[in-house]
Design a protein around this ligand. Sequence first.
Ligand code: FES
Length: 76
Amino acid sequence: MSEKTSGPVEVSLEKDKNYAWCTCGYTENEPFCDSSHRKHNATPSLKFSVSEEKTAFLCSCKKTSNPPYCDGSHNG
Ligand code: FES
């Protein structure tokens, strides 16, 4: 896992669409997986979807205890 510590990324999520949240930190497309984990032999993405359209703040520091959502862990 990389050591970058960046804050949440605001995204608009569509109902029932399949998303892949990057868990490894190597993606060039935060907060989503771009398959970079394969080159680094890292943990693959977390697949998720939402039951209603919403704006969410997704974790990009990968320290959240509530993936894929930011829980403020990037602050400390
Ligand atoms: S690029 Fe990080 S999980 Fe796929």
